[in-house]
Design a protein around this ligand. Structure first.
Ligand SMILES: [Mg+2]
Length: 503
């Protein structure tokens, strides 16, 4: 072999976490190849999918089919063998040898049926978030490189797309490379062929994730330029760990908070600091680079003034009332700081005129204004008045009550939303935890309607909300990892507290 200079790696791998290293490597590759189509390649079984669920499902299906009770107490989490090593599991469960063979035969025959694939497969936590992150990066694709045979292509795509739907993850047929040689044959050759095939299609591969060390070893032979980051999903695997090629990084958590940094957030999603209802939270917001701050407005019956408070005022004591921040003061400070304001009109139409008067007095232009109100409280006339006063502002209402209807009666839901739009509403707010969020989002996007997400409880859920690519996300910014110390809106009297850790 001819000697020669070995290209330096794009960055020194100093991070402990494989997701942080992946993010750094992706940035470096993007800088080096600004116009190339980049690709990350994922293995499926044991990397995206937790095969213990398949094993458990298939064994329980044996019991159901045969009226036996071998696996009544089996849980996926208790399985510690590879899906091809089920005899060991059967022995551990102390099943009689005569029964073991019958169970194994049945297992091998039934584990990859279409029904089993569609019903039993479950992803590792966080893996679809990571996939979605790369799917939404400009000029970047996620390829699948699996040892599964071509014969189960359709069910492979169906099951992954079903599991990915809540995350808005979709896999395309042409980005799936399978084993042309059938089950268990020449898997490493198929993996190498997959890498070459995607390269021939013009993709520049920057990372490969697989749970089998021997697959990574085979692929590393193609990595002379050291451009792929080799990532080992440290789950359950068959081949020896010692086969892992030099430079491969192992990890067992798909942690979004390691993958996504503040600077890499998509710019098209507006961020809103939730509940700046008191001085402390206001100070944190003003010190941040977040543009929008949201406050909850009530009228204090005692003084007649507009004050900020999350919950109903009736629940507060007179001492509490002395502490309330006045909307007038808040707007004054936001105007001076050049911030934009989201005004949540908690009480309904009687707040409209006094709020509009204060907003005008402090000189907020439409592009720095956002009104939110509940549809039953504000009503058509209220929304029309706000829209007429500030036609360029964001005018929003929560629409969680439509969630069950979006999927079942989409046309009627669309009619209703169009009615709301005719009142001047131009953004719709949804609790990001809603169960139908994938399909809900797809519909809203298809209808050209803007969505705000709320109900975000921490950095991890904030990032998951961002991944859905709504128009905006409203969050507490209780993100110490990012040095944001939001106090929260004070809903039900609850605030976040932080501890000082001394080195
Ligand atoms: Mg695998």
């Amino acid at each position: 072999m001819r000697g020669g200079p070995v290209p330096a790696p794009l960055h020194r791998v100093y991070m402990d976490d494989w997701m942080a290293a992946l993010a750094a490597h992706f940035r470096a590759m993007r800088r080096r190849y600004p116009n190339d189509r980049l690709m990350i390649l994922f293995d499926i079984d044991g990397t995206i999918l937790d095969m213990r669920y398949m094993v458990c499902h298939t064994l329980k299906a044996y019991d159901t089919a045969h009226g036996t009770h071998f696996f009544d107490h089996l849980q996926p989490e208790a399985i510690d063998v590879h899906e091809d090593h089920v005899p060991r599991l059967l022995a551990e469960l102390e099943i009689r040898p005569a029964d073991q063979q019958a169970i194994l035969d049945w297992y091998l025959e039934n584990r990859w049926t279409r029904d089993a694939v569609l019903r039993s497969h479950q992803p590792y936590e966080g893996v679809f978030d990571v996939i979605r992150w790369f799917q939404i990066q400009p000029n970047c694709a996620v390829g699948l490189n699996t040892g599964r045979p071509e014969s189960i292509r359709a069910e492979t795509l169906d099951s992954l797309n079903r599991l990915g739907a809540p995350h808005r993850v979709r896999f395309r047929d042409e980005l799936l490379h399978m084993n042309p040689d059938g089950w268990q044959h020449n898997v490493q050759d198929a993996k190498v062929a997959g890498v070459l095939a995607f390269q021939q299609q013009g993709y520049r591969i920057f990372a490969v994730i697989d749970n089998e060390p021997e697959n990574l070893a085979a692929i590393s032979a193609l990595n002379a330029a050291r451009e792929f980051l080799l990532l080992h999903a440290n789950t359950i695997f068959e081949s020896k760990r010692s086969l892992l090629p030099p430079g491969a990084l192992s990890g067992d958590r798909y942690d979004l908070t390691e993958l996504i940094s503040p600077r890499s957030l998509p710019r098209e999603v507006d961020l809103v600091w939730h509940g700046i209802n008191d001085d402390a939270n206001l100070r944190q917001f003003l010190a941040s680079d977040i543009v929008w701050g949201e406050c909850d407005i009530h009228r204090d019956a005692r003084s007649g003034e507009l004050v900020l408070h999350h919950d109903e005022l009736a629940e507060a004591s007179a001492e509490d009332a002395d502490e309330w921040l006045r909307l007038d003061d808040l707007l004054n400070r936001l105007a001076r700081a050049g911030k934009s304001v989201k005004l949540d009109l908690k009480a309904g139409p009687e707040l409209i005129e006094p709020v509009l008067a204060l907003v005008d007095r402090h000189g907020f232009s439409d592009d720095r204004l956002w009104f939110n109100a509940y549809i039953p409280l504000m009503g058509e006339a209220g929304f029309r008045r706000l829209a007429e006063a500030h036609p360029g502002a964001v005018l929003q209402a929560p629409i969680d009550f439509l969630e069950p209807l979006v999927v079942s009666v989409p046309d009627k839901t669309h009619d209703l939303l169009q009615t709301f739009c005719s009142w001047g509403l131009n953004r719709f707010s949804i609790d990001w935890r809603c169960r139908q969020r994938g399909p809900f989002f797809d519909r809203m996007e298809a209808w050209g309607l803007e969505v705000n997400l709320y109900g975000v409880t921490d950095l991890h859920s904030f990032l998951q909300a961002i991944l859905l690519l709504p128009r905006s996300v409203t969050a507490d910014f209780n993100f110490p990892k990012w040095h944001h110390y939001g106090r929260g809106s004070g809903q039900r009297g609850v605030y976040y507290e932080y501890e000082l850790r001394r080195p």
